[in-house]
Ligand binder design. Structure first.
Ligand SMILES: [Zn+2]
Length: 306
C-alpha cells in the first residue's frame, strides 16, 4: 500500500445470527448458542488475515455470553473490541435508563471475557434515530465511550439521524451555549464515524449505501468501489459473521415451531444467503483498492491531532 492509498474503517457487528433470527420469529430456543458462529468466526479471521486487514469487532453481549470461548482468537489476531450493546434491541425503543443498563451489561461481559474495555459503540440496526439521538449520545458520553459508529444515512432507515458531514466529526449538540462552552453538551467530546454512503445525482440527492455487506448483493463490484472512493474520508464498512459463513444458513427451529414461524425463518434464510454469497469477493476487491483499519486507530489519529 502506498502513502496515497485511501483508507476505510472496517467493522464487524459480532453477533449470533441464530439467536437473532430465532428471537425474531418467536422460536422458544432463541437464547441458546447457535451452531454457526464458531465456523463463521474462523472464516472471518482467516479472510482478514489473508487481506492483512484489522477490524473493529462491535461485540454483542448476549452472543459473547453464549460463546465465551470465541473472543480470545479475535483479540489475539490484533483486532479492536468495540460494543454492539447487550440484547440487540433498538436504541429508540429503550428509555435512557434501559439503554444505560444495556451498555453496562455488554461492557461487563466484554471486560470479563477479554480484559478490554470497549470505547467504541455501534447501535443495533443503526437505531439511534433523529428522535433519540440527543439522549442516546448523552448516555454514551456519560458511560465513557469515546466514539460512536451508528450513523448511516441509508434511505432504508426510517427517522435516521443524518450525519452533519460524511467525514468523522465530533458530536456537539447545540442548544445550550453555556453547556457547549463547558464541554458538557449532550455527546460533547464523542466522535462520530459515519457509515459509507455514496451521495450522487444532482445536488447529491441520491444516496447509495455502499458500506454494508447486506447492501453489496444488489450492486456490481465496480459501482461499490466507485461509491466507496467518493464516500468521504475514513468512511465506515460493516460486515456480519453470517455473511462470511462457508455454509448455507439454516435457522434450525425447534420441534415446537409453527408453520408461520418456519415460513418467516425461510424468508430470513433466503435474504441472508444472498448477502453471504457476495461478501467475501467484494471485500477482497475493496482490500485491493483501500487500506482497511479499525475505528480505534482512526480515532487515535484524529483525537490526538484535535
Ligand atoms: Zn447487529
Amino acid at each position: 500500500m502506498s502513502a496515497h492509498t485511501p483508507t476505510l474503517l472496517l467493522s464487524v457487528d459480532y453477533e449470533d445470527w441464530h439467536q437473532l433470527v430465532r428471537r425474531r420469529v418467536g422460536a422458544s430456543n432463541w437464547r441458546e448458542a447457535g451452531p454457526a458462529l464458531a465456523r463463521q468466526t474462523d472464516a472471518l479471521l482467516a479472510l482478514l488475515d489473508e487481506l492483512h486487514a484489522r477490524a473493529t469487532f462491535f461485540v454483542l453481549g448476549m452472543a459473547a455470553r453464549a460463546h465465551p470461548e470465541l473472543l480470545a482468537a479475535i483479540v489475539a489476531a490484533g483486532h479492536e473490541i468495540g460494543c454492539h450493546g447487550d440484547a440487540h434491541l433498538p436504541v429508540h425503543s429503550q428509555t435512557p435508563e434501559e439503554f444505560t443498563a444495556d451498555l453496562r451489561a455488554a461492557r461487563a461481559t466484554i471486560e470479563d471475557l477479554t480484559g478490554r474495555t470497549p470505547v467504541g459503540y455501534r447501535a443495533p440496526a443503526f437505531s439511534i434515530t433523529a428522535s433519540s439521538e440527543d439522549w442516546a449520545y448523552r448516555v454514551l458520553a456519560q458511560e465513557g465511550f469515546a466514539y460512536d459508529a451508528s450513523r448511516h444515512d441509508s434511505p432504508a432507515l426510517r427517522d435516521r439521524a443524518v450525519p452533519a458531514t460524511a467525514a468523522p466529526h465530533r458530536l456537539n449538540h447545540a442548544g445550550d451555549a453555556a453547556a457547549d462552552a463547558a464541554g458538557d453538551a449532550p455527546g460533547a467530546g464523542l466522535w462520530e464515524f459515519p457509515v459509507a454512503v455514496w451521495r450522487t445525482g444532482r445536488m447529491g440527492g441520491i444516496r447509495i449505501p455502499v458500506g454494508g455487506a447486506s447492501y453489496w448483493q444488489g450492486l456490481p463490484t465496480p459501482v461499490i468501489l466507485r461509491g466507496l472512493s467518493e464516500a468521504g474520508p475514513l468512511a465506515g464498512l460493516y460486515l456480519h459473521p453470517n455473511e462470511l459463513d462457508p455454509e448455507p444458513l439454516r435457522a434450525l427451529l425447534p420441534a415446537d415451531a409453527t408453520p408461520t414461524q418456519r415460513a418467516h425463518a425461510k424468508l430470513r434464510e433466503a435474504q441472508r444467503n444472498g448477502a453471504r454469497r457476495r461478501a467475501p469477493r467484494v471485500l477482497k476487491a475493496i482490500a485491493q483498492r483501500f487500506e482497511l483499519i479499525p475505528y480505534g486507530e482512526a480515532h487515535a489519529r484524529l483525537d490526538g491531532s484535535a
